[in-house]
Each structure stands twice: as structure tokens, then as C-alpha cells.
Design a binder for this molecule. Sequence first.
Ligand SMILES: C[S@@+](CC[C@H](N)C(=O)[O-])C[C@H]1O[C@@H](n2cnc3c(N)ncnc32)[C@H](O)[C@@H]1O
Length: 485
Amino acid sequence: MSASPSAPPETTTALPKKGAELDLYVESLAYGGQGVARHDGFVIFLSKGAVPGSRVKAMITKRRKGFAEARVLSELEASPHADAPRCAHFGVCGGCATQNYLYEQQLQQKQTQVADVFRRIGRLDGLDIRPIIGCGETYNYRNKMEFTFSPHAWLVDPHQKEAAPEQVLGLHVPGRFDKVLDIDECHLQHPLGNRVLALVKQLAARYELEPWDVHTHKGFLRHLVVRVAGAASEPQLMVNLVTSREDVKRLKPLVDELVGQVPEVSSLINNINTRKATVAYGEWEVKLHGSPFITAQLRGLRFDISANSFFQTNTAQAGVLYEQIEKAANLDGSEMLFDLYCGTGTIAIDLARQAREVAGFEMVDSAVDDAARNALANEVFNVRFFHADLGDRYFANHGKRLFKQVDKPDVIVSDPPRAGMHPKLVKEVVDLAAKKIVYVSCNPATQARDVALLVEGGYQVKYLQPVDMFPHTPHIENLCVLDRK
Ligand SMILES: C[S@@+](CC[C@H](N)C(=O)[O-])C[C@H]1O[C@@H](n2cnc3c(N)ncnc32)[C@H](O)[C@@H]1O
């Protein structure tokens, strides 16, 4: 979610006009990664990449009620907190916009943003916000990356049109669904992921496997998804090629060479997406090589993950996050626990070791299957998983029957996607009257909105614990622990 501005301070001065060029001091970062500056008392949100502590020349691009947006034209004075970006694509790709800012400072900004978002959106002030827990590794931490094939290269210099490659494999530039920046190396992913990226690009060109065109809806290769799991000394790779149709014969030469050259590829999957929507999962999948899943290790447990199942993207920091969830849940073995939005069952299985019984709820079929298999593989038998769409559709079709299949929970862990929880689910959670709720979120804005409803329903916020899972990006993971009053 991008930043939405705070209420502007009262002033009598006029807001600068569109096109005006200003010399601005960058004070901070808003939630979403935009720089925040002030001019004559007005808040000005700057394009991403502006480093707090620097002075920039910026041009007003939009005027809103009481504030403005501006594009940074040049840096006039460097920040004492600036850092050298590691990536050659920095500034164009948009994937990790704060690489030019010292990591310790990034953490401080995120800490402030959590407080700000809870105050502004949740109307919750004076909360106990524990110091954000940073990452040990700030590069190569992602265990999953999705790249897009395209015939439409994003040209850094539009005058160089002739030199543009005919097909690219990389990342969408911000705000352009149809333009893809060719990526040579992504510093957020595992180094083996970069090897696969380079090789697949080369093999796709050699075997003339044409990229999908989002305008004409023609072409074959759509996405490359690379996932890494296993022990650091023995990494396992899952390569998922998303194509527009099933044609195993055409993929075979690429598959054979890839597996021959990168023996760590223990799973090669083909998802087939025949639809127009540019999503990196298909209506069905075909296994092209090895196992249908890869196995991650986390807190002494093993988790099989198939191509379309969610798994926390920063494995090392997921261990830290789960440690915090365990601490917050503070189980004594007598509790019934709900794990809402349980994915492959990681939290449910982890906490089942300290609870009487656990019920996990998840929408994606393959994730529910993975979760059930993972419980058995870890010899955890006091957990059950339910296939459930916790969105509007469920409540429209099934009413309250879902949660009646099991005992009422003493503790609820909820870890929804970025959109947060459906208001009907929040109401249902209030009615369940668990004594404790641990709300885990990758989007503090929707979390603050939902927490405000839980507070209205009779809960009080005990504390917040931000955990940084995504260095160099504006994303924030945050735990909110609530007790029933
Ligand atoms: C942030 S992930 C959390 C997964 C898990 N707790 C973990 O730590 O790995 C959110 C999960 O919610 C699931 N999900 C998304 N929308 C849903 C819905 N409407 N109903 C149920 N599950 C949903 C996704 O498939 C995903 O597994």
C-alpha cells in the first residue's frame, strides 16, 4: 500500500503550483517509501529513492488538498546516512528502493512508520511498540523470485531503441504492467537463483521459445519463478516455468540443459496459465523433473512447499518472526489455537507442539494439502487443516459453520495477505471471544484498520513488535498482540 499523507498543518501560504521547482530537505520516509519534505508548512511527498537527510531539487507533479507530490530532479546535497547501492539496476527497477540508505536508518524509519500508521488509520495512540528486529542478512535473503518474460523491454535510454533485446526476462518497472526491465542479477535472491535466471534467459533465446505478449496475448513463456530451500550447505531449487499452453516437448531441451547444468534443481514444474491475467500461477501444473515440491527447514521442522503454496519469503527471518509469535501466544499446553490464513501450516505445526489442539484455515488447495502432509512428516498429530475462503464468499455461502467444526479457540493467530481481514471475519473473530489474538501482517495499514475493529469489539492492544523481513524495500512485517478485556 502506498503512503497516504498525514493531515497537513494549518497554514495561510499557498501550495506551490504544478511544475514549480523547489529546493527541499528530505525529513523522513512515509509508509510506502516516499520521501517526506515540507515547504512553507505543506507536506510534500517525493518520488522513491530520496534519502532522508539529503537536499534535493524537485518538481511538483500533483497538487492535492493540502499537500503535494513531487519528482526528484537532482540531489543537491548528500545525506550523511546515504549508502552505496549494490545493484546495477538500482533506481530503475524499483524492487529495493532504499538500497541507497543505511540499513540502521531504514529500520528506524520503519519503526516510526508503524507508530504513525496505527495513529492515523487505527486512531490508536500511546501503544507499546517494541524496537523493530532487523535482519542479519540484508542481501540474498529472498527464497523466491518471480520474473517475467516479455518482448517489450523497458529502455533506460529510449534513444537506444535499436539496441533493445527482442526478448527480456526480468521485473516489471513500477507502474508499467507491459514493460519489463531485463535483469542480469538480483541481489535479493539466492546466488543460485541468479544462475538459473541467466541460464533460462539464454536457453529461451537459443530454443526460440517466444515470450508472452501482454498486448497481443500471443507467445509461450510467461514467468520464471525460482524458489530455494534446504540447508545452506545443500540448497534445493524449484524452478517453475509458467507458460500460456501445455507443450512439454517444446520445453524439453531447456529443461534437460537446465537440470544438467544446475544439479541443485530438484524440482521443475510447469504451470499453465491460459488466461489474460498476468499472474505467475496456472490453472493446472505439470511436473517436468524431480519432486513436486521442495523442502524447507524452519525451527527444527521440515516443510514441503509446492509451486503455488505460500511460504515466508525470507526463511532466516521467518524463524525470528515465529519465535516472536511463540512468545506472544505464550501457550501452556491446554489451549485450542486457530491459525487463520495458515498457508502450508508452518505456524500451526510449530505452535501445535505447545498447544492442546490447533485448527488451520487456508484457501489455496495445494497449501492445505502441503499443510496436512507437513504435519504428518513432523509427527505432529494434534492439528487439523480446513480448506476455507475467509473472504466474503465464505460468509455469503456458509455463514458461521466453518468454525463450529472444532472447539472454540483460546488463542487466535491471524496472518492475512496484504488486504487484511474481511470485516465479517473480524466480527466473527470478536464473537469467538478468544482470550488472546496474535495478528501478524505484512501491511500495517490494513492491520491498523482491523485492529481498530478488534479494539471496538472488546480487545486491547498489549504490544506491537515490528520485524524486518524485507531489507531495502518499504515493506514492513508487524505483530500485534491483543488481549480480551
Ligand atoms: C501472509 S500468508 C501467511 C501464511 C502462513 N501463516 C505463513 O506464515 O506461512 C497469507 C495466506 O493467506 C492465504 N489466503 C489469501 N486469501 C485468503 C482467503 N480469502 N481465505 C483464506 N486464505 C487466504 C494465502 O494463500 C496465504 O497462504
